[in-house]
Write a protein that binds this ligand. Structure first.
Ligand SMILES: *Cc1c(COP(=O)(O)O)cnc(C)c1O
Length: 368
């Protein structure tokens, strides 16, 4: 083993295939890509150029600083900044051709006054999340007296709160609100303004109207947009940690901090070099209250033995045949049967958090 670092492999062709697969579901609509939070932890500088080469023209980030990084690697792209209008960054919107997503009437007013020389913004209309965006009534009240084009607005969008949940009532209500908004846009002479509705899971809703532009994030990176069904996306990341040591633990002895795991038989324990300081969730620890995570060693899925430490995880490899594994071999923490949704469930979180916590300490290997 030349280093203790776990290896994070990022497969850019799988990423681009996922983007194309999502695009194939939406007819003539354009498929964008959400690359906020450093492309969900994978790295803007890798993900954005790969997607741009695959044909993606429109990117969404959360912060102006992320938009600047995306612009540096995608000179021709359209880049929206989701988290509202940052008044102190007008210069950056202009110079880096970033488009804010306006989320309140005051932001619309400020943009109208100060947005000259910028590319058109998006207008975010809230249809049920109560997080960002104009209330539907506020947006509808704006329309009869304003041309969105004259306000410097070139896209109207809303965001689902439960699109991954089959038959969610709030999803149906959001779809209906957005359809109403479309009708009112048309009636007020704003019918030419493109609209955007779907996140990843939205692409898989039965009979969904996909409007003009979609905004997938999670599914691009291999997350399952249909959690009640098998994952239609290709895995994009793989995480493998080297085994530092293998030891025998007699029946009845405890392993790890606070002795949360007790050997119920003569056991073999592999200690691997990855922990919560790498962004691997501490909540995946195996203790009497919670079953916790697993790792694949020599083709065998092995349970964690006790807590996840800062830099180490202990695995119960008793079921791996002797001679099939030695120090320096790698255990798979994410990959094969262990997709990010399963890893997330073992840590009582979601796959988005697994991705966006992927640590800086991994040796990152870009393939494809
Ligand atoms: C994060 C985000 C998305 C992407 O959602 P996924 O579930 O990751 O596909 C789309 N739109 C908005 C407004 C977002 O904040």
């Amino acid at each position: 083993m030349d280093d203790m670092a776990a290896i994070l492999t990022i497969n850019l062709s799988a990423l681009c295939e996922n983007w194309a697969r999502l695009g194939s579901r939406i007819g003539k609509a354009e498929c964008g890509a959400v690359v906020k939070a450093d492309a969900y932890g994978l790295g803007i500088e890798h993900a954005v150029p790969a997607l741009a080469r695959a044909g993606c023209h429109t990117f969404f980030v959360a912060h102006v600083s992320e938009g600047i990084r995306a612009r540096a690697v995608a000179s021709q792209a359209t880049i929206y900044v989701l988290n509202g209008l940052a008044q102190a960054r007008m210069h950056d919107y202009r110079v880096h051709r970033l488009r804010p997503v306006l989320g309140s009437i005051p932001e619309v007013g400020y943009w109208r006054q100060h947005g000259h020389g910028c590319e058109p913004a998006a207008l975010h209309v809230d249809t049920g999340m109560n997080r960002l965006g104009l209330r539907l009534e506020e947006a509808l009240a704006l329309l009869p007296t304003h041309r969105l084009h004259d306000l410097g607005i070139g896209l109207v969008m809303t965001h689902f709160c439960s699109s991954e949940v089959p038959d969610a009532r709030d999803t149906a209500a959001q779809i209906a609100s957005f359809a109403r908004l479309k009708a009112e846009l048309a009636a007020s002479g704003n019918g030419a303004v493109p609209m955007s509705l779907c996140n990843s899971s939205g692409h898989f809703l039965d009979g969904i109207e996909t409007y003009d532009l979609t905004r997938p994030g999670y599914a691009l990176y291999g997350g399952n947009p249909t959690p009640d069904q098998s994952n239609p996306m290709r895995p994009v990341i793989r995480l493998e940690a080297p085994i530092v040591q293998i030891r025998h633990v007699p029946e009845g002895e405890a392993v790890g901090y606070n002795g949360n795991w007790i050997a119920t038989r003569e056991s073999r324990i592999a200690t691997i070099s990855c922990g919560y300081a790498d962004g691997f969730p501490r909540n995946a620890g195996n203790n009497p209250q919670h079953e916790g995570g697993t790792a694949i060693v020599a083709g065998v899925e092995c349970p964690f033995a006790g807590n996840v430490s800062m830099d180490l995880i202990t695995l119960d490899i008793t079921d791996v045949p002797q001679g099939k594994v030695k120090p320096g071999d790698f255990a798979t923490l994410i990959g094969d049967a262990l997709d990010i949704d399963r890893v997330a469930a073992s840590a009582r979180t979601n796959g988005y958090e697994i991705l966006t916590n992927l640590g800086r300490r991994y040796r990152r290997q870009i393939v494809g």
